[in-house]
Write a protein that binds this ligand. Structure first.
Ligand code: ATP
Length: 708
């Protein structure tokens, strides 16, 4: 940059660094361009000048050469101040950070450090650095430089550019004095500086506010967290004591505790004191404070190289309360038994007996095995038992072995530890047994459990404790077991697919649920509960429909019955009654009669055109409706009785009626049970065979047989 000459008002600026030279020249021109000739020059060009300036601005580097060239010129050693740029970044550097402050020259770097200290920035350890200066930089956490990145050593840490330092007020005053200028020239400088500093103060204010917000948030989190929490620094001073801690240790004022030596604060609690002083990480260490058991954990606060240590204390009583709350929540999210005995429909002697028995079982803690065909209400009974047992306030956890892949069975039942297998949740997971703690576990389709799982189940039943997959800790569980199966477990034992020892363990109490066909009097009662509206009831009570429903075998039991009820409900909403009736007839014939010729025949016989939607009279007994196959069996018993032959399965099978209807011995066995349940026959325990009751005779007579 070439200057130009002006009589008596020549100010020379001679600085070796071209960037700083340009920066300073621009700044000085801003203030003095109208009154001074400003000549800006690098030291190498000094001897080309053919005039003597009134004053010269020099740096530590150029002072001697300028003095040598112009001995009579007033020399002004340039002084500079922080620009304010990125000051908030410097303020936000973590406490005790080791920071390199870089400048082209050591004295300028030291000047920058002094400026920082003057501003009150003393939370960091600053080391001056200039190129060529050999220092150990291994511990450096950040580098601060003043606009010239090339001067910095290359380190793997954050760099903060605080910009070229602006010219100092002292230099301005020196210039004013050297040229005897009016003091107003300082005004422009002040205005400019105030603007800069207002901006940087604003930034610093924001930064401090953010830091304060963070600190407040952190303290709030510690307060919300119900654990007793406190933090101690490397000088053994307490730096944080949350609200729970204050309550627990009965500290009224934060000022009484913050900054206090923990050894004094806890002097009367030797066990806590020794744990804190031991300087080893603790995870749920069991300690006693004034007869109360607590879990103590400690954490190194490895933040910003601080040596702070956090401690949390959790009273066991609080832990238990929380456990109870979690269990309640779990119950609310699905581990609930919703059915009670009132939901179990049916007033047959068989169902009444089973309800009575289950009521008694509920009052005990013994395992119960519920057997019965699919849909007979095994889970319904299990839930009802749980709901009147002493465990009703805790979880009812159901697991179905038929739906559970073998690979998952173990982890689902017993839980797993973090990282126990690929895909395992990070935090591990409690198994069904743990979730059922203090409640009931319902092991449905137990007959489908694999042999290895059976072995583990046996162990849990015997030891009353589980070990999570991938873990070693033994977790005690207090669980009531109810198992259910529709398989013949005795046969499974003979085949070797079910453990005999497990069988006897789970079958301390036994409940056998009879299928609907063994208690036909429950059919209409159950279906009535499921029908909605008069129209649906009218449809179901049409003689042919009602008769078919009563005599159908119901292999799917109540579940199948529900489907039929739903279909009738759907039809009942049709406006065309004739169409509804037609559809129902087709449905019944296709679905309920397809498997049973006898039912089909009876159904067709009764499906007369005059059938309309008027229901059966309410007092008509279900037993007045009987299918032809049952009539054939009744007739056979009648004939055999008359011949003096014992009416057993074998003899009935050989009668002409049974032969005509292709009734096998097992079908006859089934029909005999039905007739017995209907009260039409009695079957003696000895070899006397089946005998007709009055009702049996009545039915034969009613169906047109010629009985004398
Ligand atoms: N006696 C009953 N009263 C009312 N509803 C019943 C009755 N028995 C069974 N159910 C109903 O039938 C359906 C099947 O019942 P549940 O699941 O208890 O049978 P299950 O014997 O456990 O069947 P599965 O062996 O197929 O699991 C449920 O909708 C249930 O509400």
């Amino acid at each position: 940059m070439e200057g130009y000459e002006r009589e008596n008002r020549k100010l020379l600026i001679c600085i070796s660094d071209p960037t700083i030279l340009e920066f300073l020249t621009d700044a000085i021109r801003t203030y003095f361009e109208d009154v001074l000739d400003i000549i800006s020059i690098r030291p190498s060009k000094l001897f080309d000048l053919d005039f003597e300036p009134t004053a010269a601005i020099v740096s530590h580097r150029t002072v001697s050469i300028v003095k040598e060239r112009f001995p009579d010129t007033t020399l002004i050693l340039q002084k500079r101040d922080l620009s304010g740029q990125a000051l908030e970044k410097v303020v936000s550097l973590p406490d005790r950070s080791n920071v390199l402050v870089v400048n082209q020259h050591m004295d300028a770097a030291n000047e920058t450090i002094n400026s920082f200290i003057e501003l009150g920035i003393n939370h960091i350890n600053m080391t001056a650095y200039a190129p060529g200066n050999n220092i150990d930089t291994s511990h450096i956490n950040a580098v601060i430089y003043t606009g010239v990145f090339e001067d910095c050593p290359k380190l793997d840490c954050p760099y903060i550019d605080i910009g070229l330092r602006k010219i100092s007020l002292y230099t301005i005053i020196d210039i004013i004095r050297a040229f005897d200028l009016p003091s107003e020239y300082t005004k422009a400088y002040y205005n400019n500086s105030i603007q800069l500093f207002t901006a940087s103060c604003y930034q610093i204010h924001n930064t401090l506010e953010q830091a304060n917000t963070l600190k407040n948030n952190f303290e709030k989190i510690c307060d919300i967290n119900n654990n007793i929490t406190f933090v101690i620094n490397e000088n053994n001073e307490i730096v944080l004591f949350n609200e729970t801690a204050k309550k627990y240790f009965e500290i009224k004022n934060s000022q009484d505790i913050i900054g206090a030596d923990y050894k004094e604060v806890f002097s009367s609690l030797p066990e806590l004191l020794s744990c804190i002083s031991a300087d080893i990480p603790l995870t749920d260490a069991l300690i006693t404070i004034e007869n109360q058991k607590l879990l103590l954990s400690s954490f190194e606060m490895d933040v910003d190289k601080s040596q702070n240590k956090a401690f949390t204390l959790l009273p066991l009583s609080t832990l238990k309360k929380r456990e109870g709350m979690v269990r309640k929540k779990l119950r609310a999210t699905g581990f609930t038994a919703k059915y009670t005995f009132d939901d179990i429909l049916g007033s047959s002697t068989l169902i009444k007996q089973n309800k009575k028995l289950a009521n008694v079982y509920a009052k005990t803690e013994f395992p119960v095995l519920i057997t019965g065909e699919s849909g007979t209400g095994k889970e319904l009974f299990a839930q009802a038992i749980h709901n009147i047992s002493s465990r009703r306030e805790s979880n009812f956890v159901a697991i179905n072995f038929a739906a559970l892949p073998e690979t998952l069975a173990e982890s689902e039942l017993f839980g797993y530890m973090e990282g126990a297998f690929t895909g395992a949740s990070k935090s591990g997971k409690a198994g069904m047994f743990e979730l059922a703690h203090q409640g009931t576990i319902f092991l449905d389709e137990i007959g489908d459990a694999s042999l290895p799982v059976q072995a583990k189940l046996l162990r849990v039943l015997e030891e009353k404790e589980v070990v999570r997959v991938g873990g070693t800790d033994v977790i005690p569980v207090d669980v009531r077991i109810i198992c259910a199966t529709n398989k013949n477990l005795k046969a499974a034992i003979s085949e070797g697919s079910f453990r005999e020892d497990l069988y006897y363990r789970i079958k301390v109490l036994h409940l056998r649920l009879q299928p609907l066909r063994e208690r036909p009097e429950d059919i209409m009662e159950t279906i009535s509960h499921l029908l909605v509206g008069e129209q649906a009831h009218a449809l179901a009570n049409l003689p042919n429909i009602r008769n078919t429903l009563i005599h159908y075998d119901w292999p799917g039991n109540a579940r199948e019955l529900r489907t039929v009820a739903e279909y009738i409900n759907m039809l009942s909403s049709l406006s065309d009654r004739e169409e509804a009736l037609d559809m129902l007839n087709v449905y019944i014939e296709n679905n309920l009669c397809a498997d049973s010729c006898a039912t089909a025949e009876s159904f067709r016989r009764e499906l007369k055109p005059e059938n309309n939607l008027s229901p059966e009279p309410a007092d008509q007994s279900t037993a007045d409706y009987i299918s032809p196959d049952l009539i054939v069996v009744l007739e056979a018993i009648f004939d055999l009785q008359n011949q003096g032959v014992t009416a057993g399965r074998n003899s009935i099978c050989k009668t002409p009626g049974a032969k005509k209807m292709q009734l096998t011995e097992s079908k006859i066995k089934n029909r005999l049970k039905k007739l017995e349940a209907m009260g039409c026959i009695t079957v003696g325990k000895t070899k006397q065979g089946a005998l007709l009751t009055d009702k049996g005779y009545h039915l034969i007579r009613q169906h047109g047989l010629n009985i004398k």
